[in-house]
Write a protein that binds this ligand. Structure first.
Ligand code: TYC
Length: 112
């Protein structure tokens, strides 16, 4: 009986560890810029420079990649930094009435 209990608690311990590993929030998130038909190119470049601290050349490259391929990775950030930046982009886009959108993706996963 004692042995069974020990075995069961060992097994429970394993399950808990596995579950915790599965539910742990990923450390890093990718911000992906999405293309649309309406946002002016200069506005996209301005947002990339202002919110993501990218240089003019890098911002233009990211904007053009999104424009031609539909999407472009802006960078990889912690959850808090990524969600803050996305909120800042949403706020600017709303203020200037452009449909510009960035999304969060877990590396190797889908949209978060
Ligand atoms: N496609 C937009 C245009 O032609 C420009 C644009 C580029 C919009 C990148 C969004 O993420 C974007 N005006």
């Amino acid at each position: 009986m004692a042995e069974r209990n020990i075995k069961r608690s060992d097994r429970d311990g394993e399950l808990l560890t596995e579950r915790r590993a599965r539910l742990k929030r990923p450390d890093m998130y990718m911000i992906v810029l999405l293309n649309d038909d309406y946002t002016p190119r200069e506005f996209v470049v301005w947002v990339l420079m202002r919110i993501f601290y990218k240089g003019q050349e890098e911002s233009t490259r990211i904007m053009l990649e999104a424009h031609t391929a539909g999407r472009s990775t802006v960078g990889v950030y912690t959850y808090d930094v990524a969600t803050t930046k996305i909120a800042q982009v949403d706020k600017l886009a709303k203020e200037y009435e452009h449909p510009l959108k960035c999304i969060l993706e877990v590396e190797g996963g889908g949209e978060y």
